[in-house]
Design a protein around this ligand. Structure first.
Ligand SMILES: [Zn+2]
Length: 486
């Protein structure tokens, strides 16, 4: 199947067209049949419109930037942001996540409960509480509905603020290396500049509310000023500061302000976890030049702690597995299995090792043992699917993958994999359905439509199937209409 992630420019242009239209608020309530919820910002955009628009935008973003398909990392981000949302002021907790494959520091929130994280955030946030402080800040942008409020403020100027904000996310995700994006950058620069000027107040509010949320969620509040200090250092030492710093300029007064507020809150909250450090190690390994170099770095850290540093040991084991040094990896990993017998990432590292050695039965036994304890765990189910695929047990792989598609029905990675498995299992109708869903989630509605037509052909006179496909076609038509209206 042709993945759409390479079709960058086309998608961005499409996105710009409809976000530009969104920024023209006159159309907001007159041409829509969507319910107006009557909140304060609804003269510009109702909550439901904001939701629909954000989700449509997310599908375009997914089609335009490389995403980070790492189940453990995705699961970690989702779990921790949902936990923060529990103590936030967010009313609508329907969240959607996108992990972007970029070592640049960035995180963002977009209308409709969309939370985005670059891999680079893990590189720069040294502790779990620092990571959480950025996420709490982003959640505050959502709970305070800064997007709708921005639109309202800028109504008179008709500034394409959403366009600027959304384009800057894509720019950051692309790392500025693409010529098309560079061109886009210059034309959008003015609008982005304008948006930044407007958002200073929003930033202060997000800091203040995010900090409270951080503390209420059990984290040490001083992690937020700590993270700001780190960001300030980063901008001091890099010639091209990461996008997050451009939209979130950190000056001494901002640091001091958040430090003062943090000191007034009860402290002694949670700072860090081994699990977070393991996720960091995964990201560090991914962005290191080679597994060999990563292994060197993890080994130094491990030696500095006389072998007693779980995350360094974990990173070293993974680096050795990926570098093909399997005997050594086995030796390095073994103490972790003993000391952290309940850690899913550790078990999955052993599974990765077993798979590299082609010990597929051992890998499956371990996965089944873990799944008996955590039957719905996404990373475990994903790993089991992968091992079954490798063992060419396609029918069983399809069963596990069906569980994932029902659990994570809006995850494009899951549908991409499901299509592959159904093809191998000889389920051609299912293959077209999965592809259609994937293309819908990745913002390519034309291809989604083609897949549904192919599915309809296959369904023949199977009435149940045909009506399900027809329902998907109706869905698609609605999404098309939505984007057209934008
Ligand atoms: Zn912000």
């Amino acid at each position: 199947m042709q993945r759409t992630k390479t079709v960058l420019i086309k998608s961005v242009q499409a996105m710009l067209i409809y976000t530009l239209a969104v920024a023209t608020p006159a159309h907001a309530n007159t041409e829509y049949n969507l319910p107006s919820l009557g909140d304060t910002s609804s003269s510009v955009m109702s909550r439901e419109q904001e939701y629909q628009m954000g989700r449509a935008w997310l599908s375009m973003l997914r089609g335009a930037v490389p995403t980070f398909d790492d189940p453990l990392l995705k699961d970690f981000v989702e779990d921790h942001v949902y936990a923060l949302a529990e103590t936030s002021q967010l009313e609508d907790r329907r969240l959607a996540f996108v992990a972007i494959d970029s070592p640049q520091l960035n995180a963002f929130a977009a209308p409709g409960g969309v939370i985005g994280v670059n891999g680079g955030l893990f590189l720069h946030a040294h502790t779990e509480a620092e990571f959480a402080s950025v996420m709490a800040h982003e959640l505050a942008h959502l709970s305070q509905r800064h997007f709708a409020r921005n639109l309202q403020q800028q109504q008179r100027m008709q500034i394409p603020v959403m366009t600027a904000m959304l384009a800057s996310v894509i720019l950051a995700a692309a790392g500025g290396g693409d010529a098309g994006f560079a061109a886009l950058a210059s034309t959008q620069a003015a609008a982005i500049q304008e948006q930044r000027r407007f958002s200073r107040q929003n930033e202060q509010e997000a800091d203040r509310i995010g900090l409270k949320n951080l503390q209420q969620s059990g984290y040490e509040p001083s992690a937020m000023p700590d993270m700001f200090e780190r960001l300030a250092q980063l901008s001091r030492f890099s010639r091209t500061p990461p996008e997050f710093l451009l939209t979130h300029p950190v000056n001494q007064s901002r640091i001091a302000d958040s430090r003062n507020r943090a000191e007034q809150l009860p402290g002694e909250g949670r700072r860090d976890s081994v699990e977070y450090q393991m996720m960091r190690a995964r990201v560090q390994l991914k962005y290191e030049q080679s597994p060999g170099l990563a292994a060197q770095r993890f080994r130094i850290l491990l030696d500095e702690h006389d072998g007693d540093h779980a995350a360094a040991r974990y990173g070293l084991a993974l680096a050795l597995i990926r570098g093909g040094q399997l005997d050594e990896a086995e030796k390095v990993l073994e103490p972790l299995l003993t000391s952290r017998p309940r850690s899913i990432p550790v078990h999955l590292a052993q599974v990765e090792l077993d798979v590299s050695r082609n010990r597929l039965d051992e890998a499956l036994t371990r996965l089944n043992g873990q799944l008996a304890i955590h039957p719905d765990d996404y990373p475990l189910l994903q790993a089991k699917t992968d091992v079954l695929l490798r063992a060419r047990r396609y029918a069983e792989a399809e069963q596990v993958s069906n569980k994932l598609t029902s659990q994570r029905s809006n995850d494009s990675d899951i549908w991409y994999m499901a299509a592959e498995i159904r093809g191998l299992a000889g389920n051609i109708l299912g293959l077209h359905m999965a592809r259609a869903k994937y293309f819908m989630l990745a913002g390519d509605l034309d291809q989604a439509g083609e897949q549904l037509d192919l599915a309809l052909n296959r369904a023949g006179d199977n009435f149940v199937m045909s009506s399900r496909i027809q329902a998907s076609k109706d869905d698609l038509a609605r999404q098309r209409e939505l984007i057209k209206n934008f």
